[in-house]
Design a protein. Structure first.
Length: 179
C-alpha cells in the first residue's frame, strides 16, 4: 500500500530536473545555436545585399530621370551608410534625393554621373558599382574570388543610362551574370 498524507490521499513524489538532464538540454541548445547561427547570418547578409542593390538601382534611375528632367548633369553619390542624388559634380551641390544603406554593405566606386541627355559621364562609358557584404567590394571583380555564398552584386549602368543588377561572380553563361 502506498504512503498517505494526513488527509488520506496517496503521496506522490515530486520530481524535478536533475543536474545531468539540465546540462544535456543546455548542451543541445548550445550546439543548435552554434550550428544555426552562421546560416542565419548568411541569410541576413544576402537580404541586406539584395535590399542595398535594389535601393541603388532605384537611385540610379532617379538620378537619370532628374538629369533628363533638368537637362543637367546629375550625380549619384554613394557614401558610408547611404546615397544621394545631387545636381552636378560639386560636393556642395543641391541634394535632390537621399537614402540609406545597411551598415555592412560596402560599395566601390562611389559615384555615377549622368548628362542632361541621360547618358553616363564620361559619355559612352558603362559604369559599374560593386556591392559586397563581409568582403571588400573591390574583390568582386576578381574572377577567382571564392566566398561561402555570392557576397557580391554589381549595379551595371550602360552607356545609355539603363541600370541593372547582376552577379559578378557568375560565369557568363549563367542567368544573372554580368556582361
Amino acid at each position: 500500500m502506498s504512503p498517505q498524507d494526513c488527509h488520506g490521499r496517496a503521496r506522490t513524489s515530486a520530481r524535478g530536473w536533475t543536474l545531468i538532464e539540465t546540462l544535456v538540454t543546455v548542451t543541445i541548445i548550445a550546439l543548435t545555436l552554434t550550428l544555426g547561427l552562421p546560416a542565419l547570418t548568411e541569410v541576413m547578409d544576402r537580404s541586406r545585399l539584395r535590399a542595398a542593390s535594389a535601393d541603388l538601382e532605384h537611385a540610379a534611375r532617379i538620378a537619370r530621370s532628374e538629369a533628363l528632367k533638368r537637362n543637367a548633369t546629375i550625380t549619384l553619390q554613394v557614401f558610408n551608410g547611404g546615397w544621394q542624388v545631387q545636381a552636378g559634380n560639386d560636393p556642395d551641390a543641391d541634394v535632390l534625393h537621399r537614402g540609406g544603406l545597411e551598415g555592412r554593405v560596402g560599395v566601390t566606386p562611389s559615384s555615377i554621373a549622368f548628362s542632361g541627355s541621360g547618358f553616363t559621364l564620361p559619355t559612352g562609358t558603362r559604369l559599374d558599382l560593386d556591392l559586397a557584404v563581409g568582403i571588400d567590394p573591390a574583390s568582386c571583380s576578381e574572377t577567382t574570388s571564392t566566398t561561402a555564398f555570392s557576397a557580391c552584386r554589381r549595379l551595371q549602368v550602360d552607356a545609355g543610362g539603363a541600370a541593372r543588377i547582376c552577379d559578378p561572380l557568375r560565369s557568363a553563361q549563367q542567368v544573372g551574370a554580368c556582361s
